[in-house]
Design a protein around this ligand. Sequence first.
Ligand SMILES: [Ca+2]
Ligand SMILES: [Ca+2]
Ligand SMILES: [Ca+2]
Ligand SMILES: [Ca+2]
Length: 135
Amino acid sequence: MGLRACVGLCRADDTDPCLIDTDDDGVNDGNGQGSQLDLCPNEGPPNSAAGELLDGDGCIFLAQCSDTVDNDNDGVTGFSGGDASCDTADDDSEDTFDDADNDGVGDGDDLCPGTTVEQANEGVDGDGCHVDQLP
Ligand SMILES: [Ca+2]
Ligand SMILES: [Ca+2]
Ligand SMILES: [Ca+2]
Ligand SMILES: [Ca+2]
């Protein structure tokens, strides 16, 4: 692994500078004309524990479960925030609305997480509380 930048045209032999993978992420540096091209030749490989993923261009991006955005809008954000739809930090699908008691109010906003099915059917307030759950 070196810091050789790929410049000029690719050559079709073993010394082709475009076949160098500077950052060792599996996407060759390329030169913009071949099928492989690392748009981020000094970025990689991804640190999965930090929620990093590699896109097809050799660039690192943060998985939905680590991007600090509440992608499914349920009030619980990401793996570190405890969103149940996030299995790992690098899980790129924060896409299941977490509502353990199924009353329509996401876990992160639900002040009464133990709403029963009957109570949910009768309706809850904006905090996810049925009238019987209120003090
Ligand atoms: Ca690379
Ligand atoms: Ca969420
Ligand atoms: Ca709920
Ligand atoms: Ca509730």
